[in-house]
Design a protein around this ligand. Structure first.
Ligand SMILES: [Zn+2]
Length: 364
């Protein structure tokens, strides 16, 4: 039976032995919204479209809703425009692509029934302190949220793009931040720690506590590439101790040791970051978080069609088939399986008074 129950124009005509991939981050929705890509055709520009993602073996990916700073005045409506674009793609796909909202959907995507879109909000600016927008976006399929992108907002502070440096830049969470974490746990929306500065990272990790594993969708090892966007070894260990996962980011500026001279970087650098993280904590805690259509790719990894070649590179370096399945999809599937369960009554932390979200005083 043909994979995904039929073919769209340009889709490969044969089902090859591709390892199914869950990718932790793509910005393709913005490119579709801008008219930069005809999603269901093969494009000569951009990094993601349907024919190429089929070649790359994508079973599912985190489709980011990210807002530029000049869109923040009307953040919720700007986010809805992008969510509308994603749903329109799903409708246009005639069943070959779906917004996955439960782990059962993800398993069907991994079985090849359709490509799963995980709706991810990268920066919580559209979320109001009283949580109405979060609940409504959850009803529209939101299943993953980063409190911040690389800027401050009412919940916390993201690491700015400053080239080299420690992630310990700026203050910790704002008063509303812990409440948003609790609200996400309650609803079953995974909290993504990518882009948080270091103080925010530790405060979110502490707030989540042992309730859920830590998820960092698209970040690398600071020990190899000293961008503030990357994770220190202590952060990597904390993610692993929680049972969590880190998606390897393919952006050259987060791969190279000299972040000022990245253009010659090859895809072997992704392997180096895998080696480092797996060497510290094991392959149970590494995934792929490409940042396709939001970043500059290394040589040999120009677009999503090259992902299976990257997995072959891992295999050639000695990673066993079991390790590669974990990295390609099983680790993210495991972590999302823990998150996509609404919180039980009483599971929210007892520490009330930290902010309005999740601890609204009752009027009656
Ligand atoms: Zn990002």
């Amino acid at each position: 039976m043909a994979r995904r129950g039929g073919r769209l124009p340009g889709e490969a005509s044969e089902s090859l032995n591709r390892i199914p991939v869950i990718d932790g981050h793509t910005d393709v929705v913005r490119r579709v919204r801008a008219g930069d890509v005809a999603f269901f055709q093969r494009n000569t520009t951009g990094q993601v479209d349907w024919p190429r993602l089929c070649e790359g073996g994508w079973a599912a990916a985190f489709f980011a809703v990210w807002l530029d700073t000049d869109e923040l005045d009307d953040a919720l409506r700007s986010a809805l425009r992008l969510i509308d674009t994603l749903w329109r793609l799903v409708e246009e796909s005639a069943g070959k692509m779906r917004v996955v909202q439960a782990v059962e959907d993800l398993d069907r995507a991994l079985a090849g029934e359709f490509v799963g879109a995980i709706l991810h909000l990268e920066g919580a600016e559209p979320i109001d302190p009283d949580c109405v927008a979060l609940r409504m976006l959850h009803r529209l399929g939101l299943r993953s949220l980063g409190l911040v992108w690389s800027r401050p907002n009412r919940f916390g502070t993201g690491t700015p793009f400053v080239g080299r440096g420690s992630p310990d830049l700026g203050p910790g969470l704002e008063p509303a931040g812990p409440g948003l974490v609790d609200a996400c746990v309650q609803l079953g929306v995974a909290v993504d720690l990518a882009h948080l500065n270091e103080r925010g990272f530790w405060e979110v990790a502490e707030r989540i506590g042992d309730r859920r594993p830590l998820l960092v969708t698209h970040s690398n090892a600071h020990a190899l590439s000293p961008s503030p966007r990357n994770l220190t070894d202590a952060q990597i260990r904390a993610v692993a101790q929680s049972g969590g996962v880190i998606g390897l980011n393919f952006h050259v500026g987060f791969l190279t040791a000299d972040t000022t001279k990245p253009p010659d970087a090859g895809r072997e650098l992704v392997l180096r970051h895998l080696d480092h993280i797996a060497g510290l904590v094991g392959t149970e805690h590494v995934a792929l978080g490409s940042d396709f259509d939001g970043a500059t790719m290394p040589v040999g990894l120009a677009d999503v069609s090259a992902v299976q070649a990257l997995l072959a590179l891992f295999a050639g370096a000695g990673y066993a088939a079991e390790d590669i399945c974990r990295i390609a999809h099983a680790n993210l599937r495991r972590v999302l399986g823990h998150w996509w369960v609404p919180g039980r009554v009483g599971e929210a932390t007892a520490d009330a008074g930290h902010g309005p979200i999740g601890n609204q005083p009752r009027l009656a």
